[in-house]
Write a new protein. Sequence first.
Length: 636
Amino acid sequence: MWLDEIVNAANGKLPFAFTYGGKRSRDFLGEWAQTTTVDSARFSEDEKNGGLVVSATVKKFDALPAFDMRVTLENTGTKNTRLVENFSTLAFAVDAPLKDGSYLLHKTLGGLSTPDDFTQSDVVIPEGGEAVLSATGGRSSNKDLPFFRVDTGRGHIIIAVGWTGQWKCAMKNTGGALDVSAGMERSRFIVRPGERLALGSMVALFWEGDPLESNNAFRELLLEHYIPAAKGRGKTPHLFCNTCFTRGGHWLNECDEQNQIRLISALEPLGCENVITDAGWFPGGWPLGAGNWDADPHKYPRGFKPVSDAAKARGMGYGLWFELERVVAGTTLALKHKDWLLRANNPGAGDLAPGEHALLNLGIPEAVDHIYAIVEDKILRDGITCYRQDFNMDPLAHWDANDAPDRVGITEIKYVNGLYGFLDKLRKNHPGLFMDGCSSGGRRLDIEMLKRFHTHQKTDYWFRPEVDQNSLFALAHYLPAVAFTAHVNRYDDYPFNSAAAATLCLGWIADSGEDYQGNGPFALDRARELIERYNTVRPYLNRSFYPLAVTCGAVLAFEFFDRAADSGVVFIFAREGCAADRCVLNIMALRGDSEYVLEDLAMRGKKTLSGKTLQSGLAVDIGKPPFSTVLRVTPA
């Protein structure tokens, strides 16, 4: 019922807002011609006044109180429209404050590749107060994570922003009501005749009940309707190797045909599913060669087919890293297609200055077709079955510099939709392609990118156990674990368990007698033991998530539970400086009248306890910090 109060397409009630010709949409849309159905509404301006058409589609979900809405603008007339300004793809009000008249926002930092990655915080929005979340630099999770929850006196609202660009969400407490508006941060443009502009999507879930279960409902929504399944592997978190991480994240320009085949061979006993060669495989190497998308003949004289064949023979997929949006001076793309480049300074100038990095304008269909052909060539000719997309620059200044005063936001809109079109075409034409996303780590985590990639690198701040613990804990409030990747390169329990609640990227130097830290030969038996542990826990990682203990940075514990199987796993961490010798946890979601087997996956110990005992307080002994363990709970 709450959801229906916000959205009723059949009655022309859809939660978006904008200003047109200086007037607010709520003051004139009712006068425009309307065509409505149960899941869409189309508002048409008389062509003699401009011919603007606003089309909104809304999808409600049968099993969950949530909707997905997207809005498109089109000029069907013969002249420019009036100015469209401040378009909010999501705009609604809720009049249900908490008892003190406030609302409570639970927000999360983005993936900034620092120790503070995905830090959670609560913001009270008092009467007359406002909270604002946004992107920075044009990358969607480069400041705030575009997934957040608002607690009201009626229940909980989770919002996901579907815009892989510069978004903003403002929440104002007007004295009882909370006004929510979200969309592009800046929009002030005319729409030209024949032009069609898609403004992204917004997803919102309205939950009356337990706040943790609102987050679990949202995770379920993403897993069921947004996260793509990998061919042959479904939506369970993946086990793969990006080869650069086997040398601490820095094995780039040194990679070649022989050493990649050698590593692939060594990974076979671990059950690795995919292997990806990161940046540096092209002439000029990383970073100055970005824009040369042929194989470096000195490193790969026969192309990539010998490497992909070696992977295929061992039951693995093989793929390459691309950063197709960035073009560096002197590269093939920079020299041959100057008219496709967006520059933050001197737009439309001639050759790029030495070392200058430009942005490939994905708003130009020919540019999109060109990069699509580059990737498809590697798929068809070289047998590539994995595509890793990175993006290591902020695009906003390049977009803004190329907008006229009456077209603010247009370059961004066309660029972002060109990006979506490119990725959608890849997925449609090559459904078996494994897609791995990255943007200087986790700076492009939004619901539209989640739809298009199987997993995403969460950070470029690698191999820090406590940072991994914090970020996996925070991300699990909103995202199924399959959607993000953590990296492992050590053999002891503490760092391995810290990374194991996610898709896992192997960083062990399986092909060498020494690891990159000089800690001795590759420990194959120990690596197999840890992979066995991961294979035990990963079927649970997309299921319901419950925080169990957060004690002043000393103890962190959380649980994933599969209600259908009546079983789950519990991760426990005691950090350096922890003075406690035990922690007491109340295990969630169990049946009090049932018996359960509690198994320590690290220590191999087992015991049988009642659900009531586990719910009321399980005492776990803590070894010498830093300490961790993983417990599996299964029906007796």
